[in-house]
Design a protein around this ligand. Sequence first.
Ligand SMILES: *Cc1c(COP(=O)(O)O)cnc(C)c1O
Length: 418
Amino acid sequence: MKQLQKVDPEVFVAVCGERKRQEEHLELIASENFASEAVLEAAGSVLTNKYAEGYPGHRYYGGCEFVDEVEQLARDRALQLFKAEHANVQPHSGTQANLAVYGAVLRPGDKILTMSLVEGGHLTHGHSKNASGMLYAVTHYGTDPASGFIDYAALEQLAQRERPRLVTVGASAHPRTIDFERVAHIAHRNGALVLADIAHIAGLVATGLHPSPVPYCDFVTSTTHKTLRGPRGGIILCKKEFAKAVDGSVFPGNQGGPLMHIIAAKAVCFHEALQPSFRTYQELVLRNAHALANSLRRNGFHLVSGGTDNHLVLIDLRKNLPEMDGLRAQRLLESAHISTNRNTVPGETRSSFATSGLRLGTPALSSRAMGEKEMERIGDWIGEILTAPIPEGNISAVRDGVLALCRRFPLPYPCYEI
Ligand SMILES: *Cc1c(COP(=O)(O)O)cnc(C)c1O
């Protein structure tokens, strides 16, 4: 960072501020993580200078011999990690990956059947303000209000009635195991293709701790920066028969030149995820999510679906704190250096800005090597703030505890000195 400090002190100081924020906050945002230094080095490498439109062996630019090696490594490792037939590692993000799959098999006006954002899905699953909702005719399935689990029977009825071209399954805020095999059978029985979006749970899928959709689904998309702990980016896995359509939809359909430095960092991420230590890490993520869920329940919180099978929990604040919305809860915790995000819950009664829920995940803190004891303490701290008659009164005491805990579990990065 020496050059950055010299050339652009303003950006340097902001980066230092962010470095310190990450060190001194408890990161419970379920979609965030801490990439390794090896990943950061690849992402910050000279590969950022290279144009490489096309694919390995078929580029529209000269000088691609080394970036070809990098992209081939990334593809081969993705195939090995997820046991897939074809991989495209170029999508700039999870959003780009989903839009590229849609572009590969749908025409504007085609029907898609998806889970809505409010129920735990994602913007790219047909939200009216996203291209997916503008281009395609969307029907939403959701969760069973009693159990909080995906309502597969209702999904099947909708598939029979609507006969969509594509069914998407996968979530940003769903705490339970998803039965991809069942959804794929429902889709295929009703003449639809199926896309599984494992953006959140990719690390669990890669290590066999969540059932993989790869054997059953025509397309699987993911981000590489959530539980997978790599650089920000996306990937698409698909059956051989769709390889050409997917590749053409990514480039030239939806993107120009690939980000070769990020593809190098994805290759490093896949390499790390293939090591036995990565499974140990994902096991800790799961144990920690359980411990956090138990602690929150002991503190009187109601969890959507009653608990968790994966890396996240979703608190429905309406049950024990009817006056507290997600926005206020998020802000109160933030002032105690506990980072979470407000989230809609199934059957949401507030706006998507205020919300009635709070989403918490354990991937980032598990990367700092925190364990179940720490999760129990964090659940108590969340209770001490949110359930107090005057929440503001407890913030400073909790913040002191948080800072002490952060010091005991330092981030795995060198410090930048201002
Ligand atoms: C995060 C997420 C995405 C999109 O990822 P971006 O990289 O932010 O575009 C897509 N689908 C799901 C289910 C996600 O959780």
